[in-house]
Every structure is written in structure tokens, then in C-alpha cells.
Design a protein around this ligand. Structure first.
Ligand code: PLP
Length: 348
């Protein structure tokens, strides 16, 4: 398990590499935004990727590193590998947004496109890693990744010691596991909400079952949040700190798109759907955070056409330009209504 000391060591290692991102209060939301879109690669992922690569023994990473990623972790690995001077290969989905493929290449990463699910990519990456003797940097299921992402929670604890609620988007769970660990390391008493797309409720289902559940299929415009399962290591961290977890809210694609456009108009930030999920949860009423509240805005690598509502609901879409429409359903899971931790979790 990642300890407070591990989190502080990760934070020290990230000095000069990642930005200590600001908290910006947004009046219409009644909450602070933790603006991780301001990181060098446009997402919090650099915290975990750099921490993992930095902690690898020299002989392990000498031939280079490889990862499988929907995009942001791939960009982070490419950037971190360039900093330490090793080769990076990134296996991305055939459906990866162009902005993310370009991002990986910008940092000198070599892109391989494979399949559509995270499991397709993981299989391809493991084969290439074995053939070319590359070190695998997993996107979420590794203690060094959790320790790196935990620095988000530590920074919140230090910047806003009286925070009561922190809202976190959930893909494979590295960020939320890190945030609960980092808040604890920083002495914060805030409780944490997870937010998932309605089409990818893997943490919600895993909490109901008491162990990581693998979904058959996931779908959402939030491409960073559609993994089929949460990692065993993140899940174990959440299980160990379950009192801190208020629940998991689900948001649909209309709410995500509304949040992207709301943040563009009202906070003047370009945020991708995965990064806007926490705003979507608050605007839809799926999460009613106790203030002071912090919404983690995890990434800004957005296809610009989404910002003003092109596609769904924008020019050419059913709602016309600049539509801010009512927010579809957002389902809600709360540990007070189910018994999510009945079975022991896997992993450690
Ligand atoms: C912008 C963004 N937010 C959130 C996440 C989810 O992070 P995790 O997989 O650690 O839960 C991702 C993952 O790719 C992401 O890219």
C-alpha cells in the first residue's frame, strides 16, 4: 500500500516537473476547480507516469518504456521518457482522438494503434515489450502511479486544509485511489466522490460487489474514463479508506458535453469530457458537495469542436448553437444504500 511517506517522496520527485496547479473558485458551481489541464501534457497523468519512470532502476528502463493508453497517460509517458532520456512506445486505441495522438508524437513517443478496448492495447503492449525489452508503465494499476496521482490530493490538503468534499473522475481508479491517499497524507478530512460515465460504471459496480468487476463493454465521450475495470491496486486503496468515500455518481454524455461547454463559457478553460465529469456531476445534481468543495478538472486535451457545441447539440446538432440543455439522468450510488465492501478486495 502507498504510504504518506511514499506520497511525500513522489511530491519531492515531481518538483520542477509538474505544476502545483491552482484552485480556482467558480461562483456558479459553488466550488473550486483543481486545474490539472495546466500540467505540461495537459493532464494530471504526468504525476504518476514520471514517478513510475523515475523510480525504475536504470537497467530496467535502459531500452525504453512502453504503455497502453487512451491518450493522456501515453502523452505523459512520452514526456517523462524524454525527460529521463529513454525511448517511449505508446499503444493507443484505433479510436484515439487526433489531438492525443499528436500529443504523444510531439514528445517524441512512437505510436502503435491497436484495437478499441484497454485490454486489446494491454495485450499488444505486452507483446511488444517482450520482443523489444521495454519496461511497461501501466496507466493505473501500480503503486508508483497511485503515489504520483496522490500528489493531487496532497496539494489540495495543503492549499485548502478545510476542504470538505473532493470530487474525482474515475477511469481505472489510479487518480481517485491516489487522491484519497494524498488527502490522508496531508491531514485533510475531506470526503471524496467518484464520478463515472453512465456507460462505464466499473467502480460503482465494483463497490456493490466488493471486488473489481470487469464490464463487458463501456462507452462514453469521456475517453479517459471507459476502461473495462478498475485496477486491483487502486481498489485495494479505496477499500482500505472506505470511510473517506462518499459515493460514486454516474453522468451521461449530454451532461458531460454540457459541462465541457459550461467550463469553456464560464471559467474560460478548454476541458475534455473526462476532465469535465466532476463539473457534470455537480451541475446535474448527482453530487451535492458540502463546501468548501474541490472538483478535479483532470485534463484539457479536448477536440476544439466540442467546446462550442459542435456535434451534439451545437451548430448542426439538435439543440442549435451554444445549447445548454437539461441534463438527462445521472444515477447515484451511495454506500448508505448498499453494502459495497462485503467481500475482501483483491490485490494490495
Ligand atoms: C483526463 C482524465 N481524467 C481522468 C482519468 C482517469 O484516471 P484513472 O484511470 O487514474 O482513474 C483519465 C485517464 O486516462 C484522464 O485522461
Amino acid at each position: 500500500m502507498v504510504t504518506a511517506q511514499d506520497v511525500r517522496e513522489a511530491a519531492a520527485g515531481l518538483a520542477g516537473v509538474t505544476v502545483r496547479t491552482p484552485l480556482r473558485y467558480v461562483e456558479p458551481l459553488g466550488a473550486y476547480l483543481k486545474l490539472e489541464n495546466l500540467q505540461p501534457v495537459g493532464a494530471f497523468k504526468l504525476r504518476g507516469a514520471y514517478t513510475a519512470i523515475r523510480r525504475m532502476p536504470e537497467q530496467v528502463r535502459r531500452n525504453g518504456v512502453i504503455t497502453y493508453s487512451s491518450g493522456n497517460h501515453g502523452q505523459a509517458v512520452a514526456y517523462a521518457a524524454q525527460l529521463v532520456g529513454v525511448r517511449a512506445v505508446v499503444v493507443m486505441p484505433e479510436t484515439a482522438p487526433a489531438v492525443k495522438v499528436a500529443g504523444v508524437k510531439r514528445w517524441g513517443g512512437e505510436v502503435v494503434l491497436a484495437g478499441r478496448t484497454s485490454e486489446d492495447r494491454q495485450r499488444a503492449a505486452e507483446q511488444i515489450a517482450a520482443r523489444e525489452r521495454l519496461a511497461v508503465v501501466p496507466p493505473f494499476d501500480h503503486p508508483d502511479i497511485v503515489a504520483g496521482q496522490a500528489t493531487v490530493g496532497l496539494e489540495i490538503a495543503e492549499a485548502l486544509p478545510d476542504a470538505r468534499t473532493v470530487v474525482v473522475p474515475v477511469g481505472g481508479g489510479g487518480l481517485i485511489a491516489g487522491v484519497v491517499t494524498g488527502l490522508a497524507a496531508g491531514g485533510s478530512r475531506a470526503t471524496v466522490w467518484g464520478v463515472e460515465p453512465a456507460g462505464a460504471p466499473k467502480l460503482a459496480r465494483s463497490l456493490e460487489t466488493g471486488r473489481p468487476v470487469r464490464l463487458e463493454r463501456t462507452a462514453s465521450i469521456a475517453d479517459g474514463l471507459i476502461t473495462l475495470t478498475v485496477g486491483a491496486i487502486p481498489f485495494a486503496h479505496l477499500a482500505a479508506q472506505r470511510d473517506r468515500l462518499a459515493g460514486v455518481a454516474l453522468v451521461d454524455d449530454d451532461a458531460l458535453l454540457d459541462a465541457v461547454q459550461f467550463l469553456w463559457r464560464h471559467a474560460h478553460v478548454a476541458i475534455e469530457p473526462s476532465g469535465a465529469a466532476t463539473t457534470a456531476a455537480v451541475r446535474s445534481g448527482a453530487v451535492r458537495p458540502v463546501p468548501p468543495a474541490v472538483l478535479i478538472v483532470s485534463g484539457g486535451n479536448v477536440d476544439p469542436s466540442l467546446l462550442r457545441g459542435r456535434g451534439r447539440g451545437g451548430p448542426g446538432g439538435p439543440g442549435g448553437p451554444g445549447r445548454v440543455r437539461s441534463l438527462g439522468e445521472a444515477r447515484f450510488w451511495s454506500p448508505t444504500t448498499t453494502s459495497p465492501w462485503s467481500a475482501p478486495s483483491r490485490g494490495s
